[in-house]
Design a protein around this ligand. Structure first.
Ligand code: ADP
Ligand code: MG
Length: 345
């Protein structure tokens, strides 16, 4: 029987999941959390903290010692592993492509396993390559070694989306490419996710990537311990433990600017101290505090106008206002860590 144990909208549920390997290593420690349908949830933590193991529990490449993982309300332990994996896209580092198969054959892997006819596979492959920003006419017949690292990752994502999976698992998909290609892949992936809106479990060891991509971020420490699960702004603004505060870094205040939106209800008045539009710098009310701060630092007056959707200036912000809004945005009840941290070398 199908039915979400945790109410509507839960796509993946970890329920008291524990994984101890045969040698006694605890990789996942009594883990319980839910991933909502359509959510991009990022698991982040240092190497060896159990991220990959956690992810592989979802598609049964690993079995839990105790506890259960539910996919759309069903205990995955009760679903045939092959059937299960056809409903779940899986992307790994380097793309994990079959080296002796063309791009088209790689992307068409699951549709052909599902017995689709050739014409349907071919059109689906073309559609998927375009979705990830590759020209089918140019790339479909190539082999993986004839692609750049970034292109291979795109093919990996296209393949994972092959048969319209309900969930995408992505294990450090962009870690092996250079920083410039990586930024581009991240931006493209956010665009793609806005289009397809899949439930995504994304693993990275890079806190910046986690903050940039995640709707929510799950921070793990060694021994598979979930330290905090929250929005990027809250993880940065109110780290739940010393470990999280260390892991997000001493520059977490700066990082928070980019993930905290302007609060249009808390602007300073347009006045003598403010800019005289339209000659002065303005930012849209939908911008982040980071975008506002960047403009403030470039403005002679140290102050910018904030404009609404119609272009009307509804207030102003200076560095003091950004500071005030940033402090206010820390979620109630979560105590910010105020101890100054020594940066790791
Ligand atoms: P991460 O992906 O965060 O780097 P992993 O999930 O790969 O972490 O590993 C978590 C811990 O479990 C590590 O200590 C690792 O050495 C251990 N581990 C992973 N796979 C196995 C295995 N098959 N047998 C024994 N220990 C394992
Ligand atoms: Mg890993």
């Amino acid at each position: 029987m199908k039915g979400n144990p945790g109410g509507a909208g839960v796509m993946i549920r970890f329920d008291g999941v524990h994984k101890e390997y045969a040698d006694g290593t605890v990789a996942v420690n009594e883990l319980s959390f839910d991933v909502t349908e359509g959510e991009l949830c990022v698991l982040v933590g240092p190497s060896g903290c159990g991220k990959t193991t956690t992810m592989r529990l979802v598609n049964r490449l690993t079995e839990p010692t105790r506890g259960a993982v539910f996919l759309d309300g069903q205990d995955v332990g009760g679903i045939d592993a092959v059937q299960l994996r056809r409903r779940i896209g899986y992307v790994i580092q380097h793309g994990g492509l079959f080296p002796h198969r063309t791009v088209a054959d790689n992307v068409g892997t699951v549709p052909s396993l599902l017995g689709w006819d050739r014409q349907r596979i071919r059109s689906r492959v073309g559609e998927l390559l375009e979705l990830v920003g590759l020209d089918p006419a140019l790339h479909a017949r190539r082999y993986p070694h004839e692609l750049s690292g970034g292109q291979r990752q795109r093919v990996g994502v296209a393949r994972a989306l092959g048969a319209d999976p309900v969930v995408l698992l992505m294990d450090e998909p962009f870690s092996a490419v250079d920083p410039v290609a990586r930024k581009r892949l991240q931006a493209e992936f956010l665009r793609l996710q806005a289009e397809v809106g899949r439930t995504v479990l994304f693993v990275t060891h890079d806190i910046d990537e986690a903050i940039h991509l995640g709707d929510r971020v799950a921070v793990f420490s060694q021994g598979g311990k979930l330290e905090q699960l929250d929005t990027p702004a809250s993880v940065l603004g109110a780290p739940a433990s010393e470990f999280v505060a260390d892991f997000v870094g001493t520059d977490r205040g700066v990082k928070r600017l980019d993930v905290t939106p302007i609060d249009p209800s808390d602007l300073d008045a347009v006045g003598p101290a403010g800019p005289t539009p339209p000659s002065s710098l303005t930012v849209p009310a939908t911008a982040s505090l980071g975008a506002a701060m960047s403009a403030i630092l470039s403005a002679d007056s140290g102050r910018v106008g904030v404009k609404d959707g119609n272009g009307a200036v509804i207030g102003t912000l200076g560095a003091d206002g950004v500071h005030r809004q940033l402090r206010r945005s820390v979620r109630d009840g979560a105590a910010p860590v105020s101890t100054p941290r020594v940066p790791p070398n």
